[in-house]
Structure formats: structure tokens, C-alpha cells
Design a protein around this ligand. Structure first.
Ligand code: SAH
Length: 213
């Protein structure tokens, strides 16, 4: 039996303090070693509750925001989840412990390939990755029970919300003036209800597949 890393205990405590109270989400995060998902040079900061740089000028999100977004999705173990922005793979790895299957789209080949290696290294086999433009969602796999955008959309991401099942939930950072607001979308009887959750800071959603890398 392995003992929990004291830094992980500290991180979980700060997640709880920040409002992540869902036990399943906390357990999924506790079982996801963030040091595996950050560049080696940041390994000593992997357990700090802050965003860190990753390759291709992108970032791995702050654990508290990952926790709050995951919690807002209210994922069930039969759910099919779409993630836009694989990045480091950290958020997808957490989702994979709560959902049936995760479909994750990334526009940088480099990031997608590294994330895939990490999933295999962690024995995760319910994440399907794709290199492509996530602003179009993943039409071939739609519809989804849950959708998460981890890059900020310039406006309500309707093309992606069209791929959400009825009764489904999506969360997305959306640009509003000089701010980004984390918005929850609930689809019921074909109608979308929007709820503002908090101010956030994400890298922008960029159209098209990245040419370099
Ligand atoms: N979920 C990631 C967060 C990475 S940051 C993690 O846990 O580490 C957001 C990611 O979204 C970046 O990797 C960026 O390249 C990607 N991205 C931005 N626009 C995109 C688009 N249109 N399609 C797919 N991925 C996109």
C-alpha cells in the first residue's frame, strides 16, 4: 500500500477550501498525479494550486478551476464527455475517472501525442483523442452527455452546444468584454439555459488546426 503524498493532501485541502465539495471529484483528482502532466522543469510546482506553462505556449489549468468545472458538470459513470483542448491531458485524465468515455480534441499535434502517451502510462484507456479544430466539436461522435471547453470561446459556442444531448450540461469560459466568464449551459427540451459561475482566465480558443507542430 502506498501512502498519499503530503503535497497531494495539501492540494486536496485547498480544493475543498475553494469550494470543491463533491467527493467523487476530489477522489478523482487525488488519484491523478499532476506531476505527470507538467513539464519536467515544473515538477516541483505540480502540486501548487496554480496554472503552469506547457509546450506550444499553452497552459495546464489551475487545479481549483479544474475541480470547480468538473464539479459543475455533475458527471455520471455512463456519460460520454467531450473536452475541447486536451493540452497536458490533466483535465481529461480526471474526467476519465468519472465518465464512461472521454473524447478530447486538441489543435496541436505535439500536445495531443504527449497527452496520449501519458494516458497510456497511467493505464487510462477510456480517452479518445483527436487532432483537429474543437470549435466545431466532434460531429462524428455527437451527441454528448457533457461538454467542457478548456479554451475561451469568443461567444456562446453554439456549434458545440448543438452536439449536447437533451438533459446535458456544458461548461465553457466565454469572453465578455475584457473578462472571461465561466458559463454553465443546461439543455432541456432543446432549450439552453445559461448560468454565470465565475471569472476565469484561459488561453483563447483558436480556429483551425495548428500549422506548426
Ligand atoms: N485541458 C487542458 C488545458 C489546456 S489549455 C489541460 O488540462 O491541460 C487549452 C488548450 O486548448 C490548449 O492546448 C490549446 O491548444 C487548445 N485549443 C485552443 N483552441 C482549440 C481548438 N479550436 N481546438 C482544439 N484545441 C484548442
Amino acid at each position: 500500500m502506498s501512502f498519499p503524498d503530503p503535497r497531494m493532501i495539501q492540494l486536496v485541502m485547498s480544493l475543498r477550501g475553494g469550494g470543491v465539495t463533491d467527493m467523487a471529484v476530489l477522489a478523482a483528482m487525488e488519484r491523478t498525479p499532476r506531476e505527470v502532466f507538467v513539464p519536467d522543469r515544473f515538477a516541483d510546482q505540480a502540486f501548487d494550486d496554480r496554472a503552469l506553462p506547457i509546450d506550444c505556449g499553452q497552459t495546464i489549468s489551475q487545479p481549483l478551476i479544474v475541480g470547480l468545472m468538473t464539479q459543475a458538470l455533475k458527471i455520471g459513470d455512463r456519460d460520454k464527455v467531450l473536452e475541447i483542448g486536451t493540452g497536458s491531458g490533466y483535465q481529461a485524465a480526471i474526467l476519465s475517472k468519472l465518465a464512461r468515455r472521454v473524447y478530447s480534441v486538441e489543435r496541436y499535434r505535439t500536445l495531443s501525442k504527449i497527452a496520449e502517451e501519458r494516458f497510456h502510462g497511467q493505464g487510462i484507456n477510456n480517452i479518445v483523442t483527436r487532432i483537429g479544430d474543437g470549435s466545431l466539436g466532434w460531429p462524428e461522435q455527437a451527441p454528448f452527455d457533457r461538454v467542457i471547453l478548456t479554451a475561451s470561446a469568443p461567444k456562446r459556442p453554439d456549434a458545440i452546444l448543438d452536439q449536447l444531448k437533451d438533459g446535458g450540461i456544458a461548461v465553457a469560459p466565454v469572453d465578455r468584454g475584457h473578462e472571461q466568464i465561466l458559463v454553465r449551459y443546461d439543455k432541456q427540451d432543446g432549450q439552453i439555459t445559461e448560468t454565470d459561475l465565475m471569472t476565469v482566465r484561459f488561453v483563447p480558443l483558436v480556429k483551425g488546426v495548428a500549422k506548426a507542430m
